[in-house]
Design a protein around this ligand. Structure first.
Ligand code: SF4
Length: 361
């Protein structure tokens, strides 16, 4: 196989991993190059690729599970670094997202990713965005080496409970595999912080809808991950069935569920909501019809109207249509003059239609 043929296999293979900057799918003709949102709003061309799509595991939903008959490829660290550098030096890509199937032990897999990253940083003097996947069960030494080179590390948790994970990925263990590895990552990042070194951010991903997990279980686990391990982001990926896997006939999960989980996640991260503040149905699921903040507001009429001239930042945040940025903007408007009408806010481009029924002034 030529290097181009390998990349043609390994680039599209990474599409299943959303545990990084938000990507918009394969949007260029170059295999593995995606437009992705990094750093909040900057859209960059990201080379998203697997070092190998060989895997010793047999996750029931995965295109690269051991038992699936699929074209396999492996790039050596030299080859992968060369492929990235050739695209980067021609300004075809701006960042690298490097993941891998688990071929051999977790550390053997990590060693190949780390070697690729080291070649890029030390021989090609690449200083840009570099996302490295951490394998469950990786040693402290491997994690420390990855943290030295990466802008971001990620470890995919996939499912929120030991039972649901055992069902989807029979060889994996939530406690010994994921939480133990997360605690090792946390220790290594703390060591770097004490030593005054740069700290890569840390993310994870849930596959949503491949099993019977509820949104409640996902939200509780997400909250725990943010609180206990200092994750920067949790990503949610709606399940899509892959032919010739045990879940080939399971219906695809709706993207609305994925979207609602992102809304709930936003409430946990930026609104200081606790998992029990987020309204869920009897079945433990978020409503498909309305966003969770609107449902909360409609079921707490005693909290409204919120006075735009007197409410503090956190009270303003409970109003549907007022997010962290608009709450700050309202506070700064108030410092200049009293808010005397919604028209005054409409002139400053506030989306007043959504919150007009929930506020007074
Ligand atoms: S560990 Fe599971 S999800 Fe990851 S590549 Fe292997 S089979 Fe797929």
């Amino acid at each position: 196989m030529t290097l181009y043929e390998k990349i043609a296999v390994l680039g599209p293979s990474a599409q299943y991993d959303t545990c990084g900057p938000k990507d918009f799918g394969q949007t260029t003709a170059i295999p593995g190059v995606y437009h992705a949102k990094v750093g909040g709003s900057h859209i960059c061309r990201l080379f998203k690729v697997l070092q190998t799509n060989l895997c010793r595991h047999n996750c029931r939903y995965c295109a690269f599970r051991r038992d699936r008959d699929v074209r396999r490829a492996t790039a050596s660290p030299d080859e992968m670094a060369r492929a990235f550098d050739s695209a980067w030096s021609r300004r075809l890509v701006e960042g690298l997202f490097l993941s891998s199937g688990i071929a051999g032990t977790p550390d053997q897999t990590m060693d190949r990713l780390i070697a690729t990253a080291a070649i890029l940083r030390n021989q090609y003097h690449y200083r840009g965005y570099l996302h490295l996947k951490v394998m469950p069960g990786a040693s402290a030494a491997a994690i420390s080496a990855a943290a030295e080179l990466a802008s971001r590390l990620s470890l995919n948790i996939e499912s929120p409970t030991p039972e649901s994970l055992a069902d989807l990925s029979p060889d994996k263990d939530l406690k010994k595999g994921f939480f133990y590895t997360l605690s090792v990552i946390k220790q290594q990042l703390q060591k770097r912080r004490f030593a005054g070194k740069k700290i890569p951010s840390l993310t994870t991903q849930f596959v949503v809808g491949a099993g019977e997990e509820t949104d409640r279980q996902i939200i509780i686990q997400t909250h725990q991950l943010y609180k206990s391990f200092g994750l920067k982001r949790v990503f949610y990926s709606a399940f899509r069935p892959v032919p010739q896997t045990p879940l080939a006939n399971r219906p695809a999960e709706s993207v609305t569920r994925e979207h609602r989980l992102y809304q709930a996640d936003f409430l946990l991260r930026f609104y200081r909501w606790q998992p029990w503040d987020i309204p869920l149905g009897q079945d433990g699921r978020l409503s498909a019809l309305k966003d969770p903040k609107m449902i909360w507001a409609e079921s707490h009429p005693q909290y409204f109207p919120v006075n735009l001239n007197h409410a503090d930042y956190w009270q303003l945040l409970h109003v549907p249509g007022i997010g962290p940025r608009s709450a700050q903007k309202i506070l700064s408007c108030r410092r200049q003059s009293c808010i005397s009408s919604l028209t005054q806010l409409a002139r400053q481009r506030f989306q007043i239609a959504k919150f007009s029924g929930f506020v007074s002034w």
